[in-house]
Design a protein around this ligand. Sequence first.
Ligand SMILES: [Zn+2]
Length: 327
Amino acid sequence: MESKEQFEEIEEIEPKISKIESFIHPSDDELIELDDKAFISSNGYPPDGQATGTLSVTVTDQNGRPVRGHRVRFSLTHVRPSGNWRSASGLKRIYNSRGGNGAKAENLVNRGVIRVIGTLSSSSAVTNSNGIAQVTYRTSHIGTDFNQSSRAREKVTSTLQNGSSRSLNLDIGWTGLKKIQTVSKGLRIIGATGQHVHPDLRTFLINLGNSVKNANWPHEITVTAASLRYGGQYPPHFTHKHGLTLDLRPMSTDGEITWAKSDGSSKSNFDFQRTKALISVLKQSGGTVYFNGKNTGGTVKAGHDDHVHVSWLSSFVKVVKEKEITI
Ligand SMILES: [Zn+2]
């Protein structure tokens, strides 16, 4: 009897994970500094490859007391999307199936420029006197897939030396993007898988579409790509991650596809004046514009003969204020 009581007094500690949490760090990303609600989601990470968070695990014993000095292992896996979205060779396949640039995509993943899954600062950490072990998570660029039915999800699993473990899902993707609203005789969407933008850009596009309609342009402005519903990597594009980037068709006299080059040549249906007017409005609103047509006001960049690329990534406050548009 006596020996048994002694045994019970030196009861063995049975560590368990009582809590696993994720705290997203305030990012120094310019978009978040602007304190816009669309870019703050308390339960998710932006798909910008930059944002970080602290993953925190609390280890207690069977009596709820913190266990100090216990090494906790951390591992990270993807939940969705999976398959080709999560490797260099896979992303290469996706890009090649959507017009090319697969080798470029593969190279960017291998160089760490495109992050197909998040990373952890360390694969393990030791609990402090409060029983807390922490590592830093850095987000990926994958925000959704082409179904756009849900945000991307990664999963961190923490495991103790006795094998007990707990997991936490990390959701990645912008939640505040809105679908572009078309304007009859003003603005249309053709062939865009990603039709979502920041809400302020959506408002700007409604105003722009109404201006075009009121000015009786013979053809609408045509959006051919915005962002996916939750943002993130959007093959075949290498930008378009944050709902603040658009591809537009150059304006044409017949409403069909057209092009213009920096040497001054263009397809016969190219509408120089209206393309120039469109680019002017985009630039006035703070947009950075790539288009190769000579004297149209766009910045010349390889691959921009047949579309106007515009982004407000560094300036979208001006988009918000630009309500009256004269085109
Ligand atoms: Zn573009």
